[in-house]
Design a protein around this ligand. Structure first.
Ligand SMILES: [Zn+2]
Length: 354
């Protein structure tokens, strides 16, 4: 049960629901191989991402306390989309789009496919399960190196052109941000510690599987496990970076944000984007062991674990692993359960799913 626990204001830690971790922005802002204008854009993106911290926590608590959030609507609404142009300003949602450019059309089409993915694969009607309209704002701030879910809508920057390109061009990034909204409506995982890393991981998992589904890639295709491959700017690609994160190989050198791969290696106080590599790899292990498309059994098991079983908001990796094991047994029988157990053992959590 998700019974909201009283949260004193002093306990509210700042959160950041953006796709690009702050430490990546900070690290490259100090990189002498980048020109000063790019480093300034990275510093500005860092400051803006920090400024946005905390906003989503208020939405998370409000959603958690909504007694109707799990109650199905009698007449289900069909989700519509609304696109806005921030025109490089920081006012949300921005101006309605009269004549959509290619970037808006790409975002609209990918978001429509995402709504379809949630409906046809997972049986879910949009973010809240009740057909909530999806609002996307593009061209947020100048050269902003991030995309985020602010608790109510998606927001995308244009990137600095050296490390990152436009954030709305990658379907997995769109899937990642929208899934933060789904998690907010289901388990409302607190955005710190292990629950925060699980929150981040779920966004990567559903974003990646949506990307695989779009391309009809099965779980053996390495490109299907890359997060943010479509937002890496050509100059960063020339330096050997091909993605933000790699769920199958979280510590690989081609990641702009490499992560620990085993539970014993994580620092519990590290950024949630660092520690999400462990559950990310567990999912990739599981889907690849099952074989075939990940949007068949594997994603259904993860979705079942984070919806039907109602994870606690402070869920640990161990609790989540146990929930996935129960869901694997229920949906795929002992073969799926064995694969799930082995997947968690592969990231150093052998006792988690026993
Ligand atoms: Zn995220």
């Amino acid at each position: 049960m998700n019974r909201p626990s009283p949260v004193a204001p002093a306990r509210l830690r700042p959160i950041c629901c953006a796709i690009v971790p702050l430490d990546v922005l900070r690290r490259f802002a100090r990189d002498p191989s980048l020109d000063e204008a790019t480093r300034q854009r990275l510093r500005d993106s860092c400051l803006e991402t920090e400024r946005l911290r905390g906003l989503r926590e208020a939405h998370r608590i409000a959603t958690l306390r909504d007694p109707d959030r799990h109650r199905a609507e009698v007449a289900a609404h069909v989700a519509a989309q609304h696109l806005f142009d921030c025109k490089q300003r920081k006012t949300l949602p921005g101006a309605p789009v009269a004549r959509p450019t290619a970037g808006f059309k790409t975002t609209f089409d990918a978001t429509a496919r995402l709504i379809e993915f949630y409906r046809t694969v997972l049986g879910r009607n949009s973010v809240d399960g009740k057909g909530m309209d999806l609002v996307s704002s593009l061209h947020y701030a100048k050269h902003y190196d991030n995309a985020f879910w602010n608790g109510q809508q998606m927001v995308y920057g244009d990137g600095d052109g050296q490390l990152f390109g436009p954030m709305y061009l990658a379907p997995d990034v769109i899937g990642h941000e929208v899934t933060h909204g789904v998690t907010q409506n289901e388990s409302a995982l607190r955005y710190e510690g292990e629950s925060g890393a699980l929150n981040e991981s779920l966004s990567d998992v559903f974003g990646a599987v949506f990307h695989q589904w779009l391309n009809q890639w099965n779980a053996a295709e390495p490109r299907g496990w890359l997060i943010g491959a479509g937002i890496i700017a050509p100059p960063a690609q020339a330096k050997g970076y091909s993605c933000l994160r790699d769920m199958a190989r979280p510590s690989a050198a081609h990641c702009l944000a490499p992560q620990p791969e085993r539970y014993g290696q994580i620092d519990p106080t590290a950024d949630v984007h660092d520690n999400s590599g462990v559950p990310n790899k567990a999912f990739a292990n599981f889907a690849r062991a099952l074989g075939g498309p990940a949007w068949q059994t594997a994603i259904m098991v993860w979705y079942d674990a984070c919806t039907r079983r109602r994870l606690r908001s402070d869920a640990t990796f161990q609790e989540f692993a146990a929930a996935t094991l129960a869901s694997a047994q229920r949906l795929g029988g002992s073969a799926a359960a064995d694969a799930c157990r082995a997947a968690w053992a592969g990231v150093g959590l052998p006792e988690a799913a026993t």
